[in-house]
Write a protein that binds this ligand. Structure first.
Ligand code: FPP
Ligand code: MG
Length: 298
């Protein structure tokens, strides 16, 4: 994946502005590059597939720069977030630069690829908007949660998978379905890891979602399972900085109702749906991607 990093940096260097390159070099690195791995499992190495991977990773990085501003997040990938070091205004502008660079490269790819990726970016923004809206109050509507994670996370993975298939001459629809379900599983696991992982493993603060107002799938299931009195108590903890007693209360209820297992089962069901969409292509690498993603611990 080093080549993708080099290619992304070369897009920035081509802008001919040294100050932008030095800001770019300060963006927290070492992401998982799930989207690029996925692209290269589907498409052979070529100028187009490398460009596609760089475009998708740049959009993803841009979205995280903006997301950390929106979430007031001070850490990302075990380092200070870009906004923590340089402020919100610079983080927003750097996101815009990455995003525009990605779009100018996107115009060099086939039209259906450009269309699918552009639509996904609109969807990312709609998902983030819905995430912000849902976080304002205690959301208990699972359908709205699924709509939000589809838009915020799965849509770009869906577009990456579809686009790689188009470059390779495969049926785009099958791979779009694979990417969509992989993306849904990915976000559910992300939401579980917020509860089960440490700050160090995650590279950002753990147990942060509920405090931020995000009622993710584990909390939705916990709410469903709780008795009336506990439902009320849970709602009273929403968006609060929890003390150790309150944290333990939540963890205890999650254990009692096997919430983590329930969520992992749901993520696996999306993984199975993903795999059945591309079964006929016999691509073992795509099975491994689903497995690694469900079994990951950060
Ligand atoms: C992380 O979610 C955020 C995303 C996956 C998408 C964010 C999308 C935007 C800000 C809109 C698109 C903008 C551009 C410039 C393309 P999270 O907060 O649940 O995860 P985290 O815990 O890793 O922060
Ligand atoms: Mg965030």
């Amino acid at each position: 994946m080093k080549n993708i990093d080099k290619l992304m940096r070369s897009f920035i260097v081509e802008l001919g502005e040294e100050s932008i390159v030095s800001f770019y070099d300060r963006i927290p690195q070492q992401g998982k590059k799930l989207r690029s791995k996925l692209i290269f499992e589907i498409a052979k190495d070529s100028e187009s597939s490398f460009n596609l991977a760089a475009v998708i990773e740049m959009i993803h990085t841009a979205s995280l720069l903006h997301d950390d501003v929106i979430d007031d997040a001070l850490t990302r990938r075990n380092a200070n977030s870009f906004n923590a070091d340089f402020g919100d205004k610079s983080a927003i502008m750097m996101g815009d630069i990455l995003y525009s660079c990605a779009f100018s490269r996107l115009t060099l790819l086939p039209q259906s690829v450009a269309e699918s990726v552009s639509k996904a970016v609109a969807s990312l923004s709609a998902g983030e908007l819905l995430d912000v809206e849902l976080s304002k109050s205690f959301n208990t509507d699972k359908e709205r949660y699924f709509k939000m994670i589809y838009c915020k996370t799965a849509s770009l993975i869906e577009a990456a998978s579809y686009s790689a298939a188009v470059l390779e001459g495969f049926e785009g629809r099958d791979f779009a379905l694979y990417g969509k379900n992989l993306g849904l599983a990915f976000q559910i696991i992300d939401d579980v890891l917020d509860i089960t992982s440490s700050d160090k493993m995650l590279g950002k603060p753990a147990l942060n979602d509920f405090k931020e107002g995000k009622v993710t799938l584990p909390y939705l299931y916990m709410y469903e399972k709780c008795k009336e009195k506990d439902k009320k108590h849970m709602a009273s903890l929403h968006k609060k900085s929890l003390n150790s007693y309150e944290n333990a209360w939540i963890k205890d209820k999650m254990d009692k109702y096997n919430i983590v297992e329930l969520c992992i089962k749901e993520a696996m069901a999306f993984g199975v749906k993903a795999l059945s969409a591309i079964e006929k292509y016999n691509m073992n690498g795509l099975n491994n991607i689903v497995r690694q993603m469900v079994e990951r611990d950060f």
